[in-house]
Design a protein around this ligand. Structure first.
Ligand code: CTP
Length: 398
């Protein structure tokens, strides 16, 4: 298989086969190009009935190939030349018929021939009616493909073009593009086990009220995605947020700081790196009322007691993982962050100004480690997360 540490522009072959989901391939091409990935479209004859080659040509700026006997290729070996010029092949949509061809090594059109002749990883995004998906022959073919190292993406469950509902919908363009972007990231934490906490915690006061904070979880979720992209096995322990789980990670949902501590204790012995991005509530009510507290009198007092410090617990273990903390401050950012790193006995802390960061899609981070201070200029959180993972990979050596 081709080396994935790429020095040249990233190049992908987008194969379209016959299915109504072919229209989504235009969006896949557009999103990949936005990410500076060079896209070469190849279409089967059936795909050309669902979407015009001109659409893919206009979006990618590339000639669209569909004929095994295309005489625009000087040596008339389109199947070899095209597959050698790319780092990865994505078939989206992949019809049941095309999956059957791939599984059995058929090579009777350009796309199946160049898949058979490939020297790079192959991703397949099935799209078909639910009965076709469930048919034992399709499932058998998929088992064969998986055994051959082909990566099957999806499908999803939902409404289908034929009017039925079930498994067989192709994954959305954004989801497929995320997987491809992940494939192109350097594998800095290959097979490392990474545990991440994210989001706020919620400390109940009574049956319907509680103490929480404005953390959106975006930074922690971005770190989970970046760690997964870097080849790590990721477990994400998440407080209550409104975010989609990143693809390919294990997620544990919790509510309170106590729940988070229990989940961390259960997972921590198996991890190499612990990244504590959660905004854990420092206090919880001393007494939680099972019923709604009624409005009697004018004022009430709420007695609060301390929550456990989860990061301090992890860093204080006899054999701690490599621990990374966050410092969300509203003032004296650098001093507070440096003090926190020392107090919590952790090798690395990422500091940010709470008022600039909470809920935002972007952040500015300052990292503090034994070597001093490293500024990560303002950028989208996924970019900051990738920079943070890169920094961790330099410090973490085992
Ligand atoms: N943290 C934790 N458990 C807590 C409080 C914080 O694990 N009970 C972790 C956070 O996930 C973060 C780091 O400790 O990685 C610092 O959290 P922060 O809220 O900035 O600081 P605190 O330690 O809570 O101190 P203070 O609220 O006084 O700033």
């Amino acid at each position: 298989m081709a080396n994935t540490s790429l020095l040249h522009a990233k190049r992908l072959l987008l194969g379209l086969t016959g299915g109504i989901a072919a229209y989504k391939a235009a969006e896949i091409a557009r999103l990949l190009i936005q990410e500076n990935i060079d896209v070469q479209p190849v279409m089967t004859k059936s795909a050309c009935r669902f979407v015009g080659p001109a659409t893919l040509q206009a979006l990618t700026g590339k000639m669209v190939f569909s004929d095994l006997w295309d005489d625009r290729i000087a040596n008339n070996m389109a199947h070899i030349n095209i597959s050698r010029d790319v780092d990865v092949i994505l078939i989206a949509p992949a019809s049941a018929d095309f999956i059957a061809k791939l599984a059995n090594g058929f090579a009777n059109d350009l796309l199946s021939t160049l898949c058979l002749a490939r020297d790079c990883p192959l991703f397949v995004a099935p799209a078909m009616n639910r009965q076709m998906w469930e048919n034992p022959s399709t499932q058998r073919n998929l088992t064969l493909l998986r055994r051959d190292g082909v990566i099957i993406l999806g499908p999803a469950e939902g409404a289908q073009a034929c009017g039925e509902t079930g498994m067989g919908r192709m994954l959305e363009a954004q989801e497929l593009v995320k997987v491809i972007l992940s494939f192109f990231q350097p594998k800095l934490l290959q097979n490392k086990r990474v545990l991440i906490t994210a989001g706020p915690t919620y400390e109940a006061i009574d049956a319907i009220r509680g103490i929480t904070n404005l953390s959106s979880g975006k930074m922690g979720y971005s770190i989970a995605r970046a760690a997964q992209e870097a080849g790590a096995k990721v477990t994400l322990i998440s407080g209550p947020v409104c975010l989609e789980s990143p693809f390919g990670i294990t997620q544990i949902n919790i509510v309170s700081a106590q729940d988070m501590l229990v989940a961390v204790k259960k997972e921590i012995s198996n991890v190499d790196i612990f990244i504590s991005a959660a905004a854990v509530a420092d206090f919880l009510p001393a007494k939680i009322s099972n019923q709604k507290i009624k409005k009697v009198g004018k004022n009430i007092s709420l007695k609060l007691v301390s929550n456990p410090d989860i990061l301090e617990y992890a860093a204080g273990l006899s054999k701690p993982p490599f621990c990374v903390g966050f410092a969300a401050e509203t003032e004296n950012l650098e001093k507070n962050a440096k003090d926190k790193r020392i107090k919590k006995k952790i090798p690395l802390i990422a500091a940010n100004l709470a008022q600039d960061t909470i809920g935002s899609d972007e952040s500015t981070l300052i990292l503090f480690d034994d070597k001093g201070k490293h500024l990560l200029h303002k950028a989208p959180k996924i970019v900051q997360a990738r920079r943070l993972i890169n920094h961790i990979s330099l410090l973490y050596k085992k």
